[in-house]
Ligand binder design. Structure first.
Ligand SMILES: C[S@@+](CC[C@H](N)C(=O)[O-])C[C@H]1O[C@@H](n2cnc3c(N)ncnc32)[C@H](O)[C@@H]1O
Length: 207
């Protein structure tokens, strides 16, 4: 399957606010980013899609904001929405598995992207990139479907995690590199009113 085509189609087939993962305000993400991003710090939203997290981060005074997604169509929705403010954002259209970051970030945010990586080699690659991209003591915020969440997302199979199994995965695939700091469970309400169980975990880079 061509993943880029899959995701570009997802963002053209339906309005942004009809996508199952749509959030008018990304409340959990925003609260955690505000808690961990220093004033003027650098944030990367990995698999940002069309998320409004970037709008809030700019309004909050983030020093640098990067949004990365393999779907250009999704990134175009952010560009159009931000208008002139889009010049303050770095847009990177790539598969996270192919990304070689050229700077470091204080906070890495991922809502519903890591869970698509069901292959161990892909997970290892992702974590190696996460480690390279984070500044010393940088923070990773990783939101995935919880163990009782759906088995697929946008028609693709996902790996579901509890905070414990996610921490164990990071410890096994990137030993000694990330310390779990906090975690929480939340239910996302889709535009059709269905409930999706998420976990979100916060890790600090150690190495
Ligand atoms: C379920 S959506 C979540 C979007 C956004 N994080 C949010 O919370 O609204 C998953 C996003 O991840 C992107 N994506 C999926 N696999 C990816 C990969 N390997 N590399 C980069 N982006 C990916 C998709 O294009 C899509 O925008």
């Amino acid at each position: 399957m061509d993943l880029i085509e899959h995701w570009n189609t997802a963002y053209t087939a339906r309005a942004e606010d009809a996508l199952t993962w749509f959030e008018a305000t990304p409340a959990q993400s925003l609260r955690l980013v505000r808690q961990h991003l220093p004033q003027g710090g650098a944030l990367v939203d990995v698999g940002a899609g069309a998320s409004r997290l970037v709008d809030h981060a700019l309004a909050d005074g983030a020093g640098a904001v990067t949004v990365l997604d393999l779907s250009d169509t999704a990134l175009d929705i952010i560009r159009a929405r931000l208008g002139d403010a889009a010049t303050r954002v770095s847009f990177i259209a790539t598969d996270i598995r192919d990304w070689h970051p050229d700077r470091v970030y204080d906070v890495w945010h991922d809502r519903a992207v890591f869970h698509f990586l069901t292959d161990r080699a892909d997970q290892e690659r992702y974590l190696a990139t996460l480690s390279k991209a984070l500044a010393p003591a940088g923070i990773a915020i990783l939101a995935t479907f919880d163990l009782t969440g759906p088995e697929t997302c946008s028609g693709l199979p996902v790996q579901r995690y509890s905070p414990q199994t996610l921490a164990a995965t990071l410890a096994a695939l990137a030993p000694g590199q990330f310390a779990p700091l906090a975690s929480e469970h939340f239910d996302h309400r889709t535009p059709k009113g269905n409930s999706q169980a998420f976990q979100v975990s916060v890790f600090r880079k150690l190495a």
